[in-house]
Design a protein around this ligand. Structure first.
Ligand code: 4HQ
Length: 253
């Protein structure tokens, strides 16, 4: 997979290229990252990338022309023909909310070209003419699209075959389950007694059925408390057993 990003701060993408799971996957050639600065595609003495908004108002708007020039260079390098129809994705709070299914879609694709805006946003004519999709990290305002793009790249790359240490897809499965179904249960490691708090004894019992039931109940209780929307969704999909419902009932009393 090849990811291109257009950003006034291309150095920010060193984080996913060089560290952790995504860094190792990059070194293994599982994915490639190319970061482009639209300032390098300006032609005026001040290397201008923004200007004042028509109609007035605060802040500045990113110029369409340097973004278009950057995109044309990327398209030439990627090869406009054949299988490479990488979508141009703008990070924006007005976009479709990013989730695990979009991460999986990206992970299973040949890649994407992410456009990271700064200031108040991007000239709408660039969006109308060149952007295929708009994705949002969530209902909050960032200073730029970079941190949203970094989060999305991380979520996608870790799903690619070979990216995780835990070879098989077991980790991915539990993650998928926890997102589409219930929140993950708590984890414990050594020591057995820490700050006067013991590890829940069931986890030391060696009884795998009891452990599975305990984890399930922890997930149910946590999801009920923090994400009742996910619990309702899981119920709607028929993912809750009679035993689950009985346990949830017992929480109410
Ligand atoms: N932005 N999810 C870039 C965001 C955002 C989000 C605000 C995008 C600023 C210039 N991006 N503009 N939320 O808050 O993706």
């Amino acid at each position: 997979m090849r990811i291109d990003v257009i950003s006034l701060f291309p150095d920010m993408f060193g984080v996913v290229r060089d560290s952790g799971v995504t860094g190792r996957a990059h070194n293994q050639g599982i994915w490639a990252l190319h970061a482009w600065n639209p300032r390098d595609f300006t032609h005026d003495i001040h290397r201008t990338v923004d200007d004042r908004p028509y109609g007035g108002g605060p802040g500045m708007v990113m110029l369409a022309e340097p973004l278009k020039q950057t995109l044309q260079t990327i398209r030439t390098q990627r090869g406009t023909t054949s299988v490479d129809n990488a979508p141009v994705i703008l990070l924006s709070p007005v976009g479709k909310r990013f989730d695990q299914s979009l991460a999986a879609r990206l992970a299973n694709s040949a890649g994407a070209i992410f456009v990271c805006g700064r200031y108040e946003g991007v000239d709408q004519r660039f969006i109308d003419g060149y952007v295929d999709e708009q994705w949002s990290l969530g209902d909050f305002v960032l200073s730029g699209g970079e941190i949203a793009a970094l989060a999305m790249i991380d979520a996608a790359v870790r799903l690619m075959p070979g990216a995780l240490n835990h070879g098989d897809s077991s980790l991915q499965d539990s993650f998928q389950d926890s997102i589409s179904g219930l929140l993950d249960s708590p984890h414990y490691t050594r020591p057995e007694l820490l700050w006067d708090q013991p590890v829940p004894p069931v986890l030391l019992s060696g009884n795998h059925a009891s452990i599975a039931r305990w984890r399930r109940e922890q997930s149910l209780a946590l999801t009920s408390k923090n994400r009742p929307d996910l619990l309702e969704h899981a119920r709607h999909l028929g993912l809750l057993t009679k035993s689950d419902e009985k346990f949830l009932d017992s929480l109410k009393t």
